[in-house]
Design a protein. Structure first.
Length: 72
């Protein structure tokens, strides 16, 4: 399942790249992209585990960029 999310308060392109790399390492994630320019994130992950994977995505993103919010 692929889903797009709007990001709020993502401060820099470097943080976006770090978030993208961390998300791709989560088990069950097929692909991910985080764009600083558009303030958007795309996550492609296994359908049956998507909600659990998104909880991990939120936690990982908070470690990299504590001020950034993922609007679901």
């Amino acid at each position: 399942m692929k889903k797009k999310f709007k990001l709020e308060d993502l401060d820099c392109a470097n943080c976006a790249a770090k978030m993208e790399e961390a998300i791709k390492k989560i088990p069950g994630v097929n692909d991910a992209s985080v764009s600083f320019m558009t303030q958007k994130m795309m996550v492609d992950a296994e359908d049956e585990k998507f909600d659990d994977i998104m909880k991990e995505v939120v936690a990982v993103c908070a470690k990299v960029e504590p001020d950034c919010r993922i609007l679901m």
